[in-house]
Design a protein around this ligand. Structure first.
Ligand code: GLC
Length: 742
């Protein structure tokens, strides 16, 4: 088919001329499809030009001298030279999910707007909010001269201590997939490419280059891979980044099952696969295993790469067929053409930082989670006269996550990092957005005093004299490491001292994911603000004062203790760097609330939990079969006195059980409601969420029978339920066409 298409296209392009090769720039004809243009481009390229396009260099000026290129953007992640002879664009690659990051942080760092962390965006349970946040990230990437944003992290929060959970979309495949898919759509609305990552099973950072993740294939398809599949379907990322780890004995970037069988075969993925930086390992195995672009060549002290100067020989001696290289180039070309990046070339341009900071603030306000509000201690407006604030550098800023995703918000860090000299993933960066300043602005009549809380006795004394005490606690998490769930620097003792002195104590957390809270029963208010971005201090303050009614819901469970999870500590902890080790995911697809529910273990705070300053009634649940689909409908009414947004969560389960956990999130809908207003939400449940994976028939199987549909406010909320009888249904591994009977 493709050969015919290419020939006919060549003829169409040249008219009735003899069968000469099309003009080198024939591919630029915008009347042709991206596929046709990509075919023409591949046809016009020399082998050297093809190898140029599949080889990504480390973009930063710290690259090994042989690989530095003046055309790369300063301190950027990656650069792939273009083909000037053919007018084909270079690829300028930047991290990541919170905005345009700076590699290596050597001054002056590129100052850009930091959107809230991925886990905060997921906490909005609002795809429109995710798309809006992504649109800002993509706009600043384009205005910074990048046409590839290495963003859209969707690895599941399988291990609560994973140092990169802050970058991702939580523990549930449907929530993570839909939210990250929406985020990707926002970024790509700027006619640039994203690269969804890290594919796949990269759920811990300890030994990330050497860990061999052993996972049942069906379990992978109904957990981590399902999150990728949903995000790819909904966001259409033009690239996928394969991860550092091995999966079932094979490196992810040469993993025939992951890349060729599942991604490109079953799912029909048309984009290209780039390696994580240095995740390439072998010239031929990577080329045949499904990798399309090696990246980060020149990063680090050793000169590793697998294709530059090496692929040529492998093609010459037939170990890598020419058609395999052509397919890689075609995928890259198609992505850059179809995304609009070719026809709308990126170029450094102006950025409206004020508008973007406000957009980041609104994004944060929608994802901050009110976990506890005993006695309506919150909101503060009109109540507290004296407020004692402690800890978390709340007088000057808010925390951000570390590693390649590190964005340097305008104005520099609010708190110098004493360990910055340690290098990656340092420095720890606080954005200059003070919650205390925000509180003073929002509560002009209150007397607000801040102290760092280092002296616990003095903090207790100050707390005792105040109407309300607020303790900010922080946990920095970062790429390349995993972290204990206990708050660092003994912050628990600060909370305990303040709570003992003042019963009206509120705790605000700035963490990357779940932490333990031994003091949870001793305080009246708990707010999870995650890493809230450039204007995070204002966002936190507006939630605390009540200027904003919180509407975030947890995308992860907060366990009572680490032992409640399959692994209390990450596998491989303490092993020497470079030593490979296995981690067998005995829990399979039973991740987060599914694991806790299966083991009847109560969480500290449940997946889906989140409170509001108003109240809601969720009623009128109906579930029925429409055609072959399960259609669910319910009403949400604001029964309180202030406007607010509520998330109706639909959980599904086979009445006789048999899944990886007692229930699955089947769908959700968020409604913003004025006091007294009501809205009906109607959802169609994705059939894969009602199915199990059948390896034998290589498809999804919905067993005929009774299913319970529950409308709830979290994974542990009984809510209201109905049962519905579903017919048997088979679906193909990819998108919804009927499974051919075998
Ligand atoms: C890093 C990260 C990846 C990032 C890349 C480029 O090691 O794993 O998320 O996009 O390298 O910085």
């Amino acid at each position: 088919m493709r050969g015919w298409l290419m020939t006919s296209v060549a003829l169409a392009t040249m008219g009735s001329a003899a069968m000469a090769a099309p003009a080198p720039t024939a591919w630029q004809n915008r009347a042709l499809t991206a596929d046709q243009r990509a075919d023409l481009l591949v046809q016009a390229m020399t082998e050297d030009e093809k190898i140029t396009v599949v080889t990504g260099l480390f973009g930063s000026q710290f690259a090994l001298p042989a690989y530095r290129r003046a055309e790369a953007r300063p301190q950027s992640a990656g650069y792939v030279p273009g083909i000037p002879r053919l007018g084909f664009t270079p690829q300028w690659q930047s991290d990541a999910g919170s905005g345009v990051a700076t590699q290596g942080a050597a001054p002056p760092a590129l100052e850009r707007t930091a959107l809230p962390s991925g886990i905060l965006t997921a906490s909005t349970w609002d795809p429109a909010a995710a798309t809006a946040a992504g649109a800002v990230v993509g706009a600043e990437a384009r205005a910074s001269g990048f046409n590839e944003q290495l963003a859209g992290g969707v690895d599941l929060d399988r291990d609560p201590g994973n140092g990169r959970n802050f970058e991702y979309g939580g523990e549930d495949p449907w929530l993570a997939g839909t939210m990250v898919g929406a985020f990707i759509k926002g970024i790509q609305s700027n006619a640039i490419i994203t690269t969804i990552k890290h594919y796949a099973m990269n759920d811990q950072e300890t030994g990330r280059n050497f860990v061999d993740v052993k996972v049942d294939q069906a379990a992978a398809r109904t957990s981590d891979l399902l999150a990728f599949q949903i995000a790819i379907e909904q966001g259409n990322p033009w690239s996928v980044m394969c991860s550092y780890n091995l999966v079932n004995g094979q490196h992810a970037c040469q993993n025939d099952w992951l890349l060729n069988k599942v991604l490109k075969g079953d799912w029909g993925y048309q984009g290209f696969v780039m390696s994580d930086w240095g995740a390439q390992h072998d010239t031929v195995a990577d080329a045949l295993g499904g990798l399309d672009q090696e990246t980060g060549v020149g990063l680090g002290k050793t000169d590793y790469h697998v294709w530059l100067e090496k692929l040529k020989a492998a093609i010459a001696d037939g170990r890598v067929p020419k058609a395999v290289l052509d397919d890689k180039v075609r995928r890259i070309a198609r992505a850059l053409i179809a995304s609009g990046a070719v026809d709308s070339p990126v170029a450094p341009g102006p950025i409206d930082f004020a508008a973007h900071a406000l957009a980041s603030q609104h994004a944060a306000e929608a994802g901050i989670v009110l976990l506890k509000n005993q006695g309506d201690i919150l909101p503060l407006a009109g109540r507290a006269k004296t407020i004692a604030v402690f800890g978390g550098h709340a007088d000057v800023g808010v925390l951000s996550g570390g590693g390649s995703a590190q964005v340097y918000s305008p104005g520099g860090t609010a708190v110098p990092d004493p360990d910055a000299a340690q290098g990656f993933p340092h420095p720890i960066v606080y954005y200059k957005s003070s919650p205390v300043d925000g509180l003073k602005a929002g509560l002009p009549d209150a007397a607000i005093h801040y102290s760092d809380g280092a002296d616990r006795a003095a903090a207790a004394a100050a707390a005792k004299k105040a109407d309300v005490a607020i303790v900010f606690v922080t946990q920095w998490t970062a790429e390349s490491r995993d972290f204990p769930l206990t708050l660092p620097d003994d912050q628990d003792s600060l909370v305990a001292a303040v709570a003992a002195a003042n019963p009206n104590t509120i705790v605000v957390l700035e963490t990357g994911a779940a932490v333990t809270m031994p003091w949870a029963g001793k305080v009246k208010g708990i707010v999870e603000a995650w890493y809230p971005g450039t204007n995070g201090g204002q966002a936190i303050a507006r939630v605390l004062t009540g200027a904003v009614n919180p509407s975030g819901h947890l995308p992860i469970s907060f366990p009572q203790k680490p032992e409640d999870y399959p692994r209390a500590k990450p596998a491989g902890l303490g092993l020497p760097e470079g030593q490979g080790f296995p981690v067998t995911l005995t829990e399979g697809a039973s991740v987060g609330y599914k694991w806790l529910g299966k083991n009847n273990t109560a969480p500290l705070f449940a997946f889906g939990h989140g409170l509001s300053y108003t109240s809601f009634a969720k009623t009128g649940l109906t579930a029925n079969v429409a055609g072959q689909d399960l259609r669910v409908s319910f009403r949400i009414r604001n029964t309180g006195r202030v406007a607010g947004a509520e998330v109706g969560q639909i959980y599904v389960a086979p009445v006789p059980g048999g899944w990886e956990g007692p229930k699955r999130l089947g769908g959700y809908g968020k409604a913003m409601l004025a006091a007294g207003a009501e809205q009906t939400v109607t959802l169609t449940i994705d059939p894969r969420l009602l199915a199990t994976w059948d390896e034998g028939r290589h498809g999804w199987h919905v067993t005929a029978g009774q299913y319970r549909v529950t409308l709830a406010s979290s994974a542990v909320d009984a809510g209201s339920s109905v049962t519905v009888t579903l017919p048997e249904r088979w679906l193909p591994a990819g998108r919804g066409a009927a499974l051919a009977s075998r």
